[in-house]
Design a protein around this ligand. Structure first.
Ligand code: COA
Length: 164
């Protein structure tokens, strides 16, 4: 059975993430969506539990998916699951440079390969950061996050801002 890991912060998951999940899941027997910590980012806006629930809601129709959280290095998680392929999305040349550094390091540390999927043209401008920013100004998120979670993501981000 050929399995791959799609790691990310997913804070929150977007249509861009979902597009990659659908495409990767169709090419592997199993796709493990792994929610990790990106040390170069500030604390996530959504709790781990919320992100797990969002990912479950948007992947309900995809049978060969598992959603898990991991702590520590991605290569250690991959080794613990005996999976040696990581999937990452490339939007721009900047992503390519950043991802290549991580891919080289992951190969050196854990002998895992990174497969890049070039993002769908319609998702090129989407990022979790932009989603958080747009909602904080009261704009709805249709076209940026999957419809199943739009209401929950919007309400959390918009009301969260109003409470402060
Ligand atoms: N379309 C549009 N946008 C996309 C996308 C797609 N298909 N796929 C990802 N993105 C965006 C996300 O929205 C996100 O936007 P943001 O930067 O505004 O938040 C960005 O691209 C990348 O985020 P995401 O894919 O959610 O994850 P990440 O890059 O934050 O995740 C980890 C990084 C968790 C995989 C990485 O930090 C890691 O491996 N951590 C564990 C520690 C480790 O092993 N470190 C050593 C690495 S060498």
């Amino acid at each position: 059975m050929k399995a791959a890991i799609y790691p990310g912060t997913f804070d929150p998951p977007t249509l861009g993430h979902l597009n990659i999940i659908q495409r990767a899941a169709s090419k592997f027997d199993k796709l493990v969506i792994a929610i990790g910590e990106n040390p170069s980012k500030v604390s996530p806006s959504f709790s781990l539990e919320e992100r797990v629930q969002f990912l479950k809601a948007i992947t309900i129709d995809i049978p060969n998916i598992e959603i898990v959280a991991f702590k520590g290095l991605l290569v250690d998680f991959a080794k613990s699951r005996k999976i040696d392929i990581i999937i990452r999305a490339i939007r721009t040349i900047l992503d390519f440079e950043n991802e290549t550094l991580q891919a080289q390091m992951n190969r050196q540390l854990g002998d895992v390969e990174t497969f890049y999927l070039v993002v769908d043209e319609k998702c090129r401008l989407i990022s979790s950061t932009l989603v958080r920013e747009i909602a904080s100004y009261g704009k709805r998120l249709f076209g940026f996050v999957p419809p199943e979670i739009e209401e929950a993501v919007f309400q959390r981000l918009f009301s969260g801002k109003n409470e402060n």
